[in-house]
Design a protein around this ligand. Structure first.
Ligand SMILES: N[C@@H](CCC(=O)N[C@@H](CS)C(=O)NCC(=O)O)C(=O)O
Length: 94
C-alpha cells in the first residue's frame, strides 16, 4: 500500500481510496486490498483536508471509505460503503 497523490492505474482504470487507517470500515477495505494484492493509494482524509473536501463535494457527505474509480474512458465514479467497495474489488480484481 502506498500513499501518493495519484491513483493506481490499470487497463480497467484508476483507483484511489479516500479514508484513514484508524476508521474500522476503511480498515476492512484496506485488508481486502491487501488480500487481493492490489496497489491502491490511500488518500488520507484525516491528514489532508483537501481529500475530505473532495469526498464531500463528490458524495455530499464526509463519510469514508470512498473509492474513486476513474474509468479508462474518463468517466469518474465515487463509490461509498465499505461492503460495496469490497464487492467491487473482488468482482473486478480477484
Ligand atoms: N456504512 C458505512 C459506514 C462508514 C462510516 O461510518 N465511516 C465513519 C468512519 S469509520 C465516518 O466516516 N464517519 C464520519 C461521518 O459519517 O461523517 C460503510 O460501511 O462504509
Amino acid at each position: 500500500m502506498t500513499t501518493q497523490a495519484t491513483g493506481s492505474t490499470s487497463a480497467k482504470g484508476t483507483l484511489s481510496l479516500y479514508g484513514y487507517p484508524q476508521c474500522p470500515f476503511c480498515a476492512r477495505v484496506l485488508r481486502a486490498i491487501e488480500e487481493l494484492d492490489l496497489e491502491i493509494p490511500l488518500l488520507n482524509t484525516m491528514q489532508d483536508a483537501t481529500h475530505l473536501e473532495a469526498v464531500v463535494e463528490a458524495t455530499g457527505r464526509g463519510t469514508v471509505p470512498v473509492l474513486k474509480i476513474e474509468g479508462a474512458d474518463g468517466e469518474v465514479r465515487w463509490m461509498p460503503e465499505s461492503a460495496e467497495i469490497i464487492q467491487y474489488l473482488v468482482n473486478h480484481y480477484a
